[in-house]
Design a protein. Structure first.
Length: 270
């Protein structure tokens, strides 16, 4: 079979929109499609070229690498169809901040994101319309646009949209709706941030493309961070939390500017 004749579907995340649930509990259970797991993403192009399945599903969640990765896959397989999931901006940025916090970043939310656009996370990172424009730039196919909220509200409707779009099948009895990764509490994250501000001022580097360095230089810190958060579970809440991890009023005010961006997603979501 020619590569141009293969049907290819590319789930691009975003990160913190239920990707791990799909990658662990749903995608492997799909029938009539070859799923290439996130752990094999780095060689997915070679896998597709060297095998002869009718259709393939690639999955990997992106944020800042979004355009680079979309361009890379579409360059090799222009027929690729995109699956993208968005989440309401306030919930998304809060989840991103917590993710970075558990990985050793000890800055405040205001330094992570602020209205002056001088934080680590910028306005251009927040605009979903920019990501939709990237998809339109490289793909001639209509993407499947989903809302993370629907996964919680009506999971089987959400999952069926993916199976219908990809021409695959699944059995409800095969799907576990259990959460794959539970969230760390506010108390645990605040305690870890205090620990890192003293003992690990620079967060450990993540070696995505080097397993040896990943296990030697990143994984030990990852284990220590989890131990610190586990320890925090047993400490009094009043001893650790002096102010909220994220100020809700500040968050609400900061997210107002993205109301129209979210309305655009609602208007095009499937």
């Amino acid at each position: 079979m020619k590569n141009s004749e293969k049907e290819i579907y590319f789930h691009v995340g975003l990160a913190k929109t239920g990707s791990t649930f799909l990658q662990n509990n749903f995608f492997p259970k799909l029938k009539d499609i070859k799923y290439i797991s996130t752990h094999k993403y780095w060689r997915c192009i070679n896998i597709i070229k060297r095998t002869n399945y009718k259709s393939y599903l690639i999955s990997r969640e992106f944020d800042r690498q979004f355009e680079f990765e979309v361009k890379k896959i579409l360059k090799e397989f222009p027929q690729t169809k995109i699956i993208v999931v968005f989440r309401k901006h306030d919930k998304w940025i809060s989840s991103q901040f917590k993710r970075y916090s558990k990985n050793g970043y000890h800055w405040s939310f205001e330094k992570f994101y602020n209205n002056e656009n001088t934080g680590f996370w910028r306005k251009e990172d927040m605009l979903y319309s920019i990501k939709m424009n990237i998809i339109k730039k490289y793909s001639n196919n209509k993407p499947l646009v989903l809302r993370f909220e629907e996964l919680k509200e009506n999971p089987y409707s959400y999952l069926s949209k993916i199976s219908n779009y990809t021409g695959s099948r699944y059995s409800k009895s095969d799907i576990s709706l259990n959460v794959v990764h539970g969230s760390w509490s506010e108390k645990q994250l605040i305690f870890l941030k205090k620990f890192c501000s003293i003992f690990k001022k620079n967060p450990p580097e993540y070696y995505a493309n080097n397993k040896i360095l990943h296990w030697l230089l990143y994984r030990p810190w990852w284990l220590l961070f989890h131990f610190v958060m586990y320890l925090a579970y047993f400490l009094p809440k009043s001893y650790i939390i002096k102010k909220p991890l994220i100020d809700k009023k500040y968050l609400s005010k900061s997210m107002k500017k993205y109301d129209n961006d979210w309305k655009k997603i609602l208007s095009i979501s499937d």
